[in-house]
Design a protein around this ligand. Sequence first.
Ligand code: ZN
Length: 249
Amino acid sequence: MSGKIELPIDLKELCNAFEDSSNDHRYYLDLETGGITLDFLDAAEREELDEMVDEASKERYRYLPNAESKVGNKDMEEFIETVKGAKLKEKLHIAIARSGAFKRFKNVLTSYPNEIERWFKFKDVKIMDHVNEWLEEEGIEIIPQKPIEIREISPLEISDSKEIEESWKGFCARGCLKCDSEEGFKERYFVISRCPDSEEEEHWLDETLKNKFGIKYQGITAGIFNDSRGLINSAVCRKCGSKDIFFDF
Ligand SMILES: [Zn+2]
């Protein structure tokens, strides 16, 4: 195969998806945006969706492998080799010899706090290995995400926007959390090109909004544009100057 698919994937989100062992969850990677979608399904829906995505997957979506294949018996066996106590070792071997191995294995470890901690760390490394293997197999290369862009948007622009759903437009400052005033707020809104995906980015966003625009934001609403963009709302109470304002519909 020539050329890798380069995508700005959130690696933390991808690892979480690989780690999610719930049977009703199905994850898909969007090969156009690098976004990860989670679907909640019952058995019938799952079958139907799997078939559909199988057909479409060649073009746009990749189905993330399910939990069973992520952390398997091989990983548990490898961990057992690192356990020092002979008695615990034996218990773990017995636990994984039958069906429901993963659950039994974890149940045994629950009584050994140090060992379960060690298992979680071991598992994180294994998950990262599985993620990297999978990316390799699929020919996907993770590239850095684009920096977040921030643009101020006026309330008028919001109410005129055809991209924003009508029901969302009644969302505004309702009350001051300091002086209880219910009116007289100076509201400001900002569109961000995507939501922050790490603590560092959240910190960067806090600082940028504070230093560049002089605001403390009350919240980010994702999904109102039906893409990766988010809307930030902030307000100042004209009565007492507080920036802790309650927003609602
Ligand atoms: Zn106030």
